[in-house]
Design a binder for this molecule. Structure first.
Ligand code: CP
Length: 363
């Protein structure tokens, strides 16, 4: 019997009407404040014209802020910029499953008027016949202006880069990194609290962040920590919740050396959450051709006592760790985080293929 199940609507006019009420998505407010706080200066975007995007730690503050300004400009004026990438071609090569990253990159490129060639299955390419990624990269030079690559292996990037003469963006390489996800995460935090952009953040305005995830296994967490290291002035404390006896402290030690107060959480999860401004949660790590789930003891739902005005971020896809009963609460900034990624990727792509001159007021 499925008659009463909402997933199987009855065939009447209300159920097939797409014009239904839009649920409130927190964080989708107009990013005008970022446009006001960050003064446009295209010079800081110049280095991107000769760079592959491999890691979240290859950026500096000014480059990221200018990218976020451009992202905010796109987000504020979605109809205004429809042709900057006209005549440019993107190869979107996803050799590992993806919903958000592939489709948001492709959406970003389409929204800016470019053309796309998409690979979603390695078995449809020469890789199935043993072709090397270096040879595939050599071919890509002839076909496109930019490559976005996701692969199960960490080494995939360096293999393809060895022959590329067009920029490549790391869209997730095994358990290594996912830099554009981290950029979208930070963009969301700045939209939530633009005052954190300031060079010096007063002590009582710094934020306390809790990260539920495994830096050594999750590329999203690793890249997030690296991008946080670029803005140490924002944080009073970063707590890592990870129940793993063999946890690798290398990255945490590096962050501490840069002056960040990063610690492994000691007190109980529920008690600590009540004191956090930003809660970042992830449970999935892609390992080889499959995924592993971590931290099943850490779950967020409406029964958890959150701090007033706290936000929850999640790179998604989610599992049981993040209950959908939080979706219609002000803590839900994870949908905004996924949406904002489109604009961040639009900004990055525009710069990588030398088209920033078409969208900046000041170059
Ligand atoms: N956040 C993220 O990487 O999602 P996908 O795996 O769907 O691309």
């Amino acid at each position: 019997m499925v008659a009463e199940d909402k997933q199987f609507p009855q065939n009447d006019a209300d159920d097939i009407n797409v014009n239904r009420e839009v649920p409130e998505v927190y964080g989708d407010s107009h990013p005008k404040e970022l446009l006001r706080i960050i003064v446009e200066d295209g010079e800081h975007l110049l280095p991107l014209e000769n760079q592959h995007i491999l890691s979240a730690d290859q950026f500096d503050q000014q480059t990221l802020l200018q990218l976020f300004r451009l992202a905010a400009k796109y987000e504020s004026n979605p109809e205004r910029f429809s042709t900057p990438l006209q005549g440019k071609i993107l190869i979107s090569a996803f050799y590992e499953p993806s919903t958000r990253t592939r489709l948001s990159f492709e959406s970003a490129w389409h929204r800016l008027g470019g053309d796309i060639m998409s690979i979603t299955d390695r078995s449809t390419t020469g890789i199935a016949k043993g072709e090397s990624l270096a040879d595939v990269g050599e071919m890509f030079n002839n076909y496109a202006d930019c490559v976005v690559l996701r692969d199960t292996r960490e080494e995939s990037l360096s293999e393809m880069m060895s022959s590329l003469r067009i920029p490549i963006i790391n869209a997730g390489n095994g358990i290594d990194e996912h830099p554009t996800q981290a950029m979208a995460d930070l963009y969301t935090i700045f939209k939530w609290r633009p005052s954190l952009i300031k060079k010096s953040v007063p002590k009582d305005k710094k934020i306390k962040v809790g990260i539920i995830g495994v830096p050594g296994k999750m590329r999203t967490v690793k890249s997030l920590l690296k991008i946080f290291s670029i803005f140490p002035q924002m944080f009073s404390e970063i707590q890592i919740f990870e129940n793993n006896q063999d946890a690798d402290d290398t990255l945490i030690n590096e962050m501490q050396k840069k002056g960040l107060n990063v610690i492994r959480a000691k007190s109980s999860f529920k008690k600590s959450v009540a004191d956090l401004d930003v809660i970042y949660i992830n449970a999935i790590a892609w390992v080889g051709d499959s995924f592993e789930t971590y931290g099943s003891e850490f779950k967020l739902d409406r029964s958890v006592q959150f701090k007033k005005n706290a936000i929850i971020l999640h790179p998604l896809a989610r599992g049981e760790e993040l209950s959908s009963d939080l979706d219609n609460t002000p803590y839900n900034w994870y949908f905004s985080q996924a949406r904002g990624a489109v604009f961040v990727r639009m900004a990055l792509l525009t710069c990588l293929v030398h088209r920033k001159g078409r969208v900046l007021d000041v170059i």
